[in-house]
Design a protein around this ligand. Structure first.
Ligand SMILES: [Zn+2]
Length: 232
């Protein structure tokens, strides 16, 4: 490496060291996004190796999801809030790629690795213009690097804003949102196993609506991979 560039980087690190997203401790060589302590402490779900888990249960009786997994449990007030917040609202797309890659390494040796493509949950075009990027897309890019699967984006379109109906039941809310995702071209997805990618799964309503649109495609198999699943 160019000596001047190396010196420049070391100088930069001296004055502006990269810090852990969660605890702000300066990162040392070999660490990125999270320090070793915060990475070891991440409340992993282990759901990638369990067919019946906290993510898959959200879709029971609603849509046929082959495999569902999330990297970690996200609880209200969790110190990992900053991780998801910076990814979604502060333009820190690198977090999504790195955490997506980490999730992907955990999905190797599981049925997820045998899928055909990754599909990020689409944002409404207006929101995409405002934010400039889709946080689920950058997670999919990280997953893609680990699983060596292509990312299919732009085939599923979000056409309307979902209205939150807090007083309705799970089924009712799902039906309300489902009208807002449409397919532009189903041919490339026929007889394929697609992994829907999201940042945080909470009620599962958005994923259910996406999956409902996808399940109209002959022979399709739909799985779900997310960075986090909301826990009590
Ligand atoms: Zn830390």
């Amino acid at each position: 490496m160019n000596v001047l560039r190396l010196m420049g980087r070391e100088l930069r690190d001296l004055f502006y060291p990269d810090v852990c997203v969660t605890c702000r401790r300066p990162l040392v060589r070999g660490e990125n996004t999270l320090c070793s302590y915060c990475l070891n402490d991440l409340p992993l779900t282990g759901s990638e190796t369990e067919q019946d888990n906290a993510v898959s249960r959200l879709f029971w009786g609603l849509v046929p999801i082959a495999h569902a997994a999330a990297l970690f449990y996200y609880r209200k007030g969790s110190r990992y809030h900053a991780l998801l917040h910076r990814l979604k609202y502060r333009g820190d797309t690198e977090i999504g790629v790195r955490m997506g890659y980490y999730l992907g390494t955990r999905l190797l040796q599981t049925p997820f690795a045998g899928a055909d493509a990754l599909m990020p949950v689409p944002l409404h075009p207006r929101k995409l213009r405002q934010r400039g990027y889709n946080q689920s897309r950058v997670i999919a890019d990280g997953l893609s690097r680990a699983l060596l699967l292509p990312v299919v984006d732009g085939v599923l379109m979000r056409t309307g804003e979902a209205v939150t109906q807090t007083h309705s039941g799970r089924r009712e809310r799902f039906e309300h949102v489902s009208d807002h995702f449409v397919l532009t071209d189903e041919a490339p997805l026929r007889n394929r196993h697609i992994i829907l990618v999201d940042d945080v799964v909470t009620t599962g309503a958005t994923i259910s609506a996406c999956a409902e649109a996808l399940c109209k495609i002959p022979g399709i198999t739909v799985s779900v991979a997310a960075l986090a699943v909301a826990a009590e």
